[in-house]
Each structure stands twice: as C-alpha cells, then as structure tokens.
Design a protein around this ligand. Structure first.
Ligand code: PLP
Length: 470
C-alpha cells in the first residue's frame, strides 16, 4: 500500500481557536473571550429595556413561538450525528474490500490480529502523530475502548498502579466543562467522582487541573477532547498540553484520557493540529500518562467505522492482554475496507474536505441566525468553531432549561440543558449544545429561528420578572 505524505507541517498547534460572539452576557462568564458582532435587527441590549419594553418583546416572541408551533414541525439539534449526505460520501465502502488478504497475505476473514490491520494503523498513526506500534485498531466505537480502559483500570490497575483503582477509597476524575455528556455518564456509572475545571479557548484551565491533580491522590485522571472540543470547539494549545504532560500528580498512575474524536474534522482551511501528547509525556518521564482515542465514526460510518487506541508500548500490551481474554481479533474485513478506501493519510484528509463542503454552510447558517437575532442583545454568547461538530451557546444564566422546554413546545428537540456537565447539572443553567450537522440546511434555518425566539423569550420573561406563560 502506498504511504502517504506528511500532513502539512507548516500548520501549527491550536490555529483553530474559537471566537465567542454575541456581546457580553448580562452576567457574563469570565471563561470566554467575547467579540461583538453587528446585527441587522434592532439590537438593543435587553438590559437597556424598561419592563414594558421587555413585556412587548416577550409578546412578540410568544407570537413567533406560536407560529412555529402551529407549523407542527419535528426538528432535532440534539446529537452530533453525520447527515445522510455525509454518510453517502463513504458508500464506496459497501463495495470493498476487493480482496480477502492483507498485504502480508493473511486472510482477513479469519480470527487473529488483535492489534488490527497494520496498513490501516499506519494511515491513522500518521494522522494522530503516533508510532504505528503504539496504535491499535479495534471495533467501531472509541467510547467502548474508553469504557474498556476504565473498567480494566478499576479491576486490575494500570502498569503503574499500586493496586486496582477499585481498591482505592475513592477515585476522582477531572472533567473540563462544558464537556461531552457520555464521558460524564461513563464515570457516573462506574462510581468515579467528578471534579470540574473550566474550559478556556486553549483547552482545560491547566492551572486548575495541575492544582487539583497535585493535591489529591484520589484524582486518577482527566478527560480532554484536545481538538475542536465537544461542545466548545476549543483546541488544546501546545502550552496547555505541555503543562498537562509534565505536571506533578499526587496519584502515581494519573491518566489523561485524550479523546481526539475530531482530530481531522476541520471546518475551514485553518486546520488545527493536535499537540503530540505521547511525545510530550514521554519527554516529561510520564510515558504511561496518556491514553489517546480516536475513530472514523464521523469520517466514514458512525455505526460501521473503526476505533483506535494509542499509548505507551507497555500500556498497549496491558490493554491487549485484557482484551485478548474476550476477543480473538477485531473485524479485519472492515479494517481492510477502510485501508483500501482511504489509500493513505492524504486520502483521509481529502475525504474530510468533502465533509467540510457539506458542513461549513450549516455552521455558517447557525452563526448567521444567531448573529442576526441575538447579536448585541446581551442575552447569549456563542462560539464560531473552526472544526468539530458543535456550536456552544451560553444563554442568560437561569434560562437554559426554559429555552430547551420552549423549543420542545415549538417542535425542536435540543440537548437537555445541563447535559454538558457532570450529573446533568449546569450550576448556572446557561449552557446549550447545538448540533447542526444532521438536519438539512432548510430545516436548520427554521430550527435556529426557534432557538433564537426561545432565547429572547426566556430572557425577556426573566428580566421582566414575569413567570412563564406558555
Ligand atoms: N468522543 C467524543 C468527544 C464525541 O463527541 C463522540 C461522539 O459524539 C465520541 C467520542 C463517540 O465516538 P465513537 O463513535 O468512536 O464511540
């Protein structure tokens, strides 16, 4: 199989920094930089309006809300799923592989090869900037591998653990917020406690992480989505990655769960490049600190892709030893199908540019509606991600649940307010994750109009002191 060229090395780490829009919230969050956008509507901040003006605004938004409700549409901005048009891009997979053997002549239809097909691992090793020997290809879900690793750590301890984690009095993970709800759900189910740190434009607040990890030996690990984070779109900077890699930790077996789910999911030509956490931790003499996860779920098929795990060689052997008790090998037919489909790393990047052609207009539409309807009104801020699958919307504190409930009445499902926080509890009731990839553009416009109407209505109700009427 042809080896691909190196991805553009002139692109530095963290060139995909998000920009926050919407003007400052009335009670703003310190964690985001904000930038005003001009609006084509009357954009007086709601804080400048009298109670009567707020009531008039609420009435107008209630009318708009009723009009949306009357249409009886069923719209959905909940989960970050690829659209049918995106899935279609990979339909050549359905006619692959063209052969039954890998390049060494091994029959992929048979048992064996627990590490996964080497020709596919080579392609993704290059993209994830890890050694092929330190990368394994598994089944279709990286989330399943994350669960496997957590369960193995609890049952057996890691290569550097004094004892299985389950024998500790307490195990705690650092969770940057807002974050990925399924990460938090996994920990909650396994009885692992969660301590939150804020996300910044450059990744998790590294000082907060370092302080917590240094003080408390029950703190055994942290989550991070380093590239185009779910949901903030932030890209972890080289400096933050360096700090996380080198910080002293009270637990001798502290782990970074580096979930690089969106490593190649660029929305613009400004392609962020993830920090090389494995080299950074090795250089700091913490080689067993990171577990790197990725998958092709949002590259090929979300239900039929391939997931990857990278780590130190010892930790990969540790994982395979446990995996080998429950598996005689992964789906190598699917691995070969993917290796043939991509050809090389450049093939993956070219394929992702086709995804971008479908996705970029959707993200632009979200930004257009938010800017036109909410710009300058002081009741919402949002990011303009340069990659990934989400737009992070912060509404007037105390109104996120009301916005989601209002949207539901108008036929639009939004991710539950608070979902981006451990135990589903956003202490400020402010954060809403928007997932614009799945609906067609025409539906997205209507969905975003509903979002804007509900944000304004909930804010006007709250600021005027009127209780909800609808
Ligand atoms: N990690 C993150 C950050 C995600 O946003 C998602 C899906 O939305 C996943 C992992 C799921 O990955 P997979 O399909 O490989 O299990």
């Amino acid at each position: 199989m042809q080896r691909a060229g190196t991805p553009d090395s002139s692109v530095g780490v963290n060139q995909g920094t998000t920009v926050r829009h919407g003007g400052p919230l009335l009670r703003t969050h310190a964690r985001w930089k904000t930038a005003r956008v001009t609006s084509s509507t009357d954009a007086s901040p709601l804080s400048d309006l009298s109670t009567e003006e707020l009531r008039a605004l609420a009435t107008a938004q209630r009318d708009a809300h009723a009009a949306h409700r009357a249409k009886g549409a069923t719209l959905d901005l909940t989960r970050g799923k690829p659209s049918a048009a995106q899935l279609d891009l990979s339909d050549a997979l359905l006619r692959l592989p063209t052969t039954t053997t890998d390049r060494s002549g091994t029959d992929v239809r048979n048992y064996g090869g627990l590490r996964g097909l080497v020709e596919l691992r080579e392609i993704f090793a290059e993209l994830l900037r890890v050694d092929t020997e330190q990368l394994i290809a598994g089944g279709n879900s990286s989330l399943t591998i994350m669960r496997d690793v957590l369960v193995d750590l609890l049952l057996f301890g890691g290569v550097d653990s004094p004892r299985p984690w389950s024998q500790e009095e307490k195990v705690t993970f650092i969770c940057p917020v807002p974050g990925y709800d399924r990460h938090f759900g996994l920990l909650a189910e396994l009885g692992i406690e969660m301590v939150t740190v804020p996300m910044t434009d450059d990744g998790p607040d590294a000082e907060a992480v370092a302080r917590i990890a240094a003080e408390d030996p029950s703190v055994k690990g942290m989550w991070i989505v380093p590239t185009y984070a779910n949901p903030t779109g932030a890209v972890c900077s080289q400096e933050v990655a360096d700090r996380l890699a080198s910080m002293p930790t009270a637990a001798p077996d502290f782990k970074i769960f580096w979930d690089n789910a969106y490593a190649v999911h660029h929305l613009s030509e400004q392609e962020a490049k993830s920090a090389d956490i494995i080299s950074l931790t090795s250089a700091s003499e913490h080689p067993h600190r990171p577990f790197v996860f990725a998958s092709t779920s949002k590259i090929t098929y979300a239900g039929g892709g391939v997931a990857f795990l990278a780590s130190s060689s010892e930790q990969i052997e540790w994982y395979l030893a446990h995996l080998g008790k429950g598996s005689i090998g992964p789906d190598k037919v699917n691995h070969l199908r993917h290796a043939e489909f991509f050809g090389d790393a450049e093939g993956v990047l070219a394929h992702m540019r086709r995804h971008r052609e479908i996705l970029a207009p959707k993200f632009a539409e979200v930004e257009r509606v938010l800017g036109e309807r909410l710009g300058g009104r002081g009741v919402a801020t949002w990011n303009s991600p340069t990659g990934g699958y989400f737009v992070n919307l912060d509404v007037l504190p105390g109104t996120a649940s009301r916005v989601v409930a209002l949207a539901k009445e108008a036929g639009l499902s939004l991710t539950p307010a608070g979902a981006s926080f451990p135990y589903g509890k956003d202490p400020q009731d402010t954060n809403i994750r928007l997932a614009p990839t799945m609906p067609p553009l025409s539906e997205l416009t209507e969905a975003m109009e509903i979002v804007a109407t509900c944000v304004l209505l909930a804010a006007a109700e709250k600021l005027s002191g009127d209780t909800a009427k609808e």
